[in-house]
Design a binder for this molecule. Sequence first.
Ligand code: LLP
Length: 416
Amino acid sequence: MHYFSYQHGELHCEGVPLSRIADEVGTPVYVYSRQTLVRHCRVFREAFAGIPHTICFAVKANSNLSVLRTIAGEGIGADIVSGGELFRALKAGIDPAMIVYAGVGKQSHEIARALEIGIKMFNVESRGEMDVIQQVAKSLGKVAPIAIRVNPNVDAGTHPYISTGLRQNKFGIGIEGVMDDYQYAHGLSHVEVVGVHCHIGSQLTDIQPFVDALQIIRQLVLDLREQGIVLRYLDMGGGLGIRYNAETPPSPEELARAIRPIVADLGCELIFEPGRVLVGNAGIFLTRVIYTKSNYERKFIVVDGAMNDLARPSLYGSYHDILPADEAAGRQGTALADVVGPICETGDFFARERSVAPFAAGDLMALMSAGAYGFTMSSNYNSRPRVAEVMVDGDTYRVVRRRETFDDLVRLEEEV
Ligand code: LLP
């Protein structure tokens, strides 16, 4: 569910025509719908009402300060993976007591900062990391709350690059040996074991892998209790998929219904780390056609956006729906074409052999469902300034990140 729709023949975000944003802010540009974002936060929250829980938005999905501030306004915290994300979360007004910190490579300076401000917990991914947390906490005279991130060896059934809970993945600690690691952490003077964490992958479209992982975690919680280690938090990670094309992912309500009976008697507070499901369909990437061309039998639509702006199609072969801003264009039939950017790589595409509206030079094109892992994964490759981000609210919009200039491209460089 989102608030991008055709009104009077023109694609709008809420009450604002995309053509107006393109004219006033330029293209390419990310456009976010504030009302969609707020709605997604509420749907997620309401699904788990009645189960004690905290929602920590996965900042990596979209770290724009205005997005974070909107989400924080809905009573949601943050799941972070770097000192930079911690900085952003705090700047956006997120309560440190609602921040959880994952990642296989946390460094002492990042751990120290998180301890100083008092985050909810560290999701620890190795014995080595435990030792560093112990050392840093000791030097600061603090006790670090930790969960162990468990790798349950469950197949999330998603793209291999975004599967994280299999034995060959770098994430977490294998379930077989994890009791020893819990005992070890329990024995550390400046570490308090408070939870268990598990995130098996992203864009999950089936409920079963969540259930399988949770059953394993449930047993672990019970086994630990027998050993005298009582966990307060059960962090299920993120991963709930969205509809990009023809997927039918479970709704937050369906997920809640499936997990409720598994966790009901554990007495743990649940933590969720949704990213994509909150922001994915709340944003689009708006680009303009520069040229159309044919080579041999193939048709190409060349747009002003590229893989540096939206990397997902190139990186994962992912699908984003392609709509013309002008509804009439969509009624004039379809053409089989590759939608490509100006970057000097064959991998620079948004769609290949896709049936799309017969776009012509100058037309505006919306790549839908680009609110998650869109701008956050963008780069300056080919010396392309990073694009602007716009947030629409009702009939108005604000530029929430200005377009970079050529001067921005070289601002940090020294000529020697
Ligand atoms: N928690 C942890 C520990 C994670 O690693 C992730 C995502 C999340 C939560 C949020 O997952 P979500 O609810 O968004 O699925 N760039 C890829 C996705 C990478 C996901 C990485 N981890 C993409 O564009 O599909």
